[in-house]
Design a protein around this ligand. Structure first.
Ligand code: HPA
Ligand code: ZN
Length: 359
């Protein structure tokens, strides 16, 4: 039986672990900004904009977050985004995430956003860009937290729709080109093959955008192959099903292709039956360039440090491996080399400081 003393010491060990994880300078490379909209803010915005939600209160809404798979999550996620109408709404959502990110020790973030979710409701693309970008610039001024925006196409819509979105967004590149530097592909994966977007991704590459795509989350390893070979992406979002294809996994390891893995998301969406089955630590130990990320933290029960914690407590991730993951996230980011080096040196300095204070 545990004594009160044991419990106190367990609690202080947990606090110390959280402190360690928070102070690690790290980047988040896979977070959907619409997936950071917490139920409380969703209700505030619904009220502010006169949008009615099919839930009486926050508790009822949270209780509805009982997902069977990606599809059942996406339905709620797109419904939730309907409360976002004005530039201030996009600002408030992004700012709330950035505050949380700063608390978690995130020094650089590359956020995805889904313009089609908003333009199809009649929201101007400029409103979306301006609200998000203002918050990102404020966070840079306030904390030195840098960021990039990854404009992501919804893969359940047509390639033509993606082209229309790209063409609507391009005039905004002048104003937001310092932030909007990458293109992604998300939404319902099964049946919406990477090949469907070959022309629009080729055009984006030609325009100088960096490329990423979700692949191997619900879809098989073949989708990861095709995201690499057909879309020519630099990073794979999720990619956890690559483990099913040994040749593909070797390729990913040998070519240091980063995978942005989201453990809590994968559990909530049934990609793995439980944390104990998750592949992330196996992949890391085999030499894959994995990074940890929160995906849609307001829906999946945790931000970045919560994802680290789950891997430490349930998969035996060591402190050195946490440091490795933090380094991977900076190395796999779209920052220029000098900025990466500066962040990596900050991590080394922090580590030396920690080491000395522990001694
Ligand atoms: N997968 C695919 N599309 C998404 C996700 C996800 O986890 N979150 C938001 N859009
Ligand atoms: Zn995602």
């Amino acid at each position: 039986m545990k004594t009160p003393n044991d419990r106190t010491s367990q609690a202080s060990q947990q606090d110390e672990l959280v402190d360690f994880l928070r102070q690690l300078p790290k980047a988040e490379l896979h977070v959907h900004i619409e997936g950071t909209l917490e139920p409380e803010l969703m209700f505030t915005l619904a009220e502010r904009n006169g949008v009615s939600l099919p839930y009486r209160n926050v508790a009822e809404l949270r209780a509805a977050y009982d997902f069977q798979d990606l599809g059942s999550f996406l339905e709620l996620y797109y419904a939730g985004a309907q409360v976002l109408i004005t530039k201030q709404d996009f600002y408030d959502m992004t700012w709330a995430y950035l505050q949380r990110a700063h608390e978690d020790g995130i020094v650089h973030t590359e956020i995805m956003f889904d313009p089609q979710t908003h333009t199809r409701r009649g929201i101007a693309l400029e409103t979306v860009f301006a609200g998000i970008a203002d918050a990102l610039r404020d966070a840079h001024r306030r904390w030195g937290l840098s960021s990039r925006m990854i404009l992501s196409f919804l893969r359940d819509l047509s390639e033509q729709d993606a082209f229309i979105t790209l063409n609507k967004a391009l005039p905004l590149r002048q104003e937001y080109g310092d932030l909007w530097t990458a293109i992604g592909l998300d939404s319902a994966e099964l049946g919406n093959l990477p090949e469907k977007f070959v022309h629009v991704f080729a055009q984006c590459a030609h325009l100088g955008f960096r490329l990423v795509a979700h692949a191997g989350e619900e879809g098989p390893a073949e989708y990861v192959h095709n995201a690499l070979d057909v879309l020519h992406v630099e990073r794979i979002d999720h990619g956890v099903r690559s483990e099913e294809d040994p040749a593909l996994l070797h390729r990913i390891i040998d070519n240091r292709i980063p995978m942005t893995v989201c453990p809590l998301s994968n559990i909530r969406l049934g990609v793995f039956p439980s944390m104990a089955d998750h592949s992330v630590v196996r992949l890391l130990r085999r030499g894959a360039t994995v990074t940890l990320n929160s995906d849609d933290p307001a829906y999946f029960g945790g931000y970045l440090v919560d994802n680290f914690l789950a891997c430490v407590t349930e998969l035996g991730l060591t402190r050195d491996e946490c440091r490795q993951l933090a380094r991977n996230s900076i190395q796999a980011s779209f920052l220029p080399d000098d900025a990466k080096q500066a962040l990596l040196s900050a991590q080394t300095a922090e580590q030396a400081y920690q080491h000395n204070t522990v001694l």
